[in-house]
Design a binder for this molecule. Structure first.
Ligand code: ZN
Ligand code: ZN
Length: 242
């Protein structure tokens, strides 16, 4: 950890809820453990179970036979596959919203362990470097932090895999993807990303981290840019999928 990160962590410790307070419902509960989530809230998070698409990780309908969802059959993906432990619905939706827009950066300590566990349970074994989906500098200035970068820092430390937050940039200040349809989403993020130094990712297997997977337009454009810069493979880890 460098000096700035150390200071930032120290700052987050200061604005932390007290011990025993659940990061989600913000109430005291004796079941709050090192995950910072009480049992009642944890049980409300919907983890994806059963058959999932082998590419994008979305749940497949019961009785659907192919191992890929209709979208992944139809569209070529630049990434290898997506790991996404949670369903983006109910409490999960509220939690991610609160984390991103509620200026509650410390929540990465509750969400990080969920990502670490999902990664460890996956079959991805050969990651060289972890990279967050970058935010445009104007959005970081507004929001105060990049939610994916904080999650990356947590995962990198726990899994002991190097992290890079400097070499992959968002150069276009894109519109919010949630207001757009699939075609507009693809267009919106086209050429939005840039690799600064091609040597850094050359022949590397990258784990790209984001909060939500919807149509995959953003992580696919990121993957395309990373592969063009010489990366070997790109895997994607997101908290939740729609
Ligand atoms: Zn709670
Ligand atoms: Zn799929």
């Amino acid at each position: 950890m460098n000096k700035i990160e150390g200071l930032f962590d120290a700052f987050l410790e200061l604005i932390y809820p007290e011990k025993g307070i659940c990061f989600i419902c913000e109430e005291y509960d004796e079941t709050v453990d090192e995950r910072h989530i009480c049992k009642r809230c944890f049980d409300e998070l919907i983890f994806i179970k059963g058959n999932t698409c082998t590419i994008c990780g979305k749940p497949l309908e019961i009785g659907y036979l192919p191992d890929r969802c209709p979208d992944c059959i139809k569209f070529k993906r630049y990434f290898e596959k997506v790991i996404s432990p949670l369903e983006y619905t109910g409490l999960v939706k509220k939690v991610i919203y609160k984390y991103k827009y509620g200026r509650k950066a410390y929540m990465y300590k509750a969400l990080g362990p969920i990502l670490v566990q999902a990664f460890e349970e996956s079959d991805i074994k050969d990651i060289d470097i972890i990279v967050p989906v970058p935010l445009h500098k104007s959005k970081i200035a507004y929001r105060g932090f990049n939610q994916s970068e904080l999650l990356c820092r947590y995962i990198s430390r726990k899994l002991n895999i190097p992290l890079d937050t400097k070499n992959f940039k968002r150069i276009k200040n894109t519109k919010f993807q949630n207001e757009l349809n699939r075609i507009e989403r693809v267009r919106n993020v086209r050429d939005a990303f840039k690799v600064v130094d091609n040597h850094v990712f050359k022949n590397k297997n990258i784990l790209l981290v984001d909060d939500i997977y919807t149509t995959g337009a953003t992580v696919d454009e990121c993957s395309k840019t990373l592969l063009k810069s010489g990366a070997n493979k790109v895997y994607v880890l997101t908290l939740a999928t729609t």
